[in-house]
Design a protein around this ligand. Sequence first.
Ligand code: MRU
Length: 347
Amino acid sequence: MQDLPTIAWHDGKVRILDQTLLPHELVMLEISDYLGVIQAIKSLAVRGAPAIGAAAAFAVVLSVWHESDSDRAGFIEKANKAITEIKAARPTAKNLFWAVERMRETLAKNLNRPLHEIRQELLRTAQWLLQDDLQRCQAIGKFGAALLPDRCNILTHCNAGALATAGHGTALGVIRSAVAQGKRIHVFIDETRPLLQGSRLTTFELQEENIPATLICDNMAAALMRRGMVQLVLVGADRIAANGDTANKIGTYGLAVLAKHHNIPFYVAAPWTTIDMELNSGQLIPIEERDADEVRRMQGRLIAPEDIPVWNPAFDVTPNNLIDLLITDRGVVRPPFAGTLAQMMKS
Ligand code: MRU
């Protein structure tokens, strides 16, 4: 898995591992224009909050990569137009907006330099964002691994692994780091309907690294907990509000309610780039609603009446009172989250 980067820059193109085809086909998309990257983000060929951010940064680079060096106004206009369009690709993950904002800053700071130098600066920032995310995930892994007991069963939802980041992962990064320390961990993986990120991606990652894992359907979590088969729930995040409320893949909130009922700790692992200090509450986090056919169909095959109305939110918000710990790259945050997050933001 470590050898298979989710996103890479190669020779004027962005290489993206097409996650819609996993685990059965390993296909690298080679994308040479920013609209192609937007499409890859929308279709979930690249997904997971930090990975979306990194892909978005390279999309900004692509938007000006082939622009003429003599038309300054056209170059700047193209970059700004692309930035607006890239930000509209998906609404929930904070990392998308964080990464694109770093790109916009780079553009603004270098505005008076020759255009070929601006292009290189944009590329440098995008490469840095990728490296920065990997380091953040490794830090999350270090802080989180120290919290995990030896011999434990962890339930996770969706995919918060190397595929969802620049590498190592957030929730799976914690598990990877703990396993590297010799801790004996077994992971229960929610399949994660409708798009099956758990059964297609998390299974793939854990098997690649020989981490013991068992797949369950989403509706089996309650029974699993009731039988005492899980000691911890560990998930990633798409956006965390200033009070600790956390948006993550649809179904996460249900797991948190179940974990509280069964007295099982519920931890969220995320880089600081997922935290949105401008939103005081999770109720303000925009929740993406996706195409009805994602629910009516499975892997393209119709599994419901063709015309049945569907509600398909991609994320839900887990209120802070159901979260026991936030594991970030700056350290572990305990409730009440609001004060501590604000303090850590300043330091
Ligand atoms: O719709 P997706 O697959 O992009 O949703 C991804 C998740 O919900 C992940 O749990 C989250 O982005 C954390 S990734 C480190």
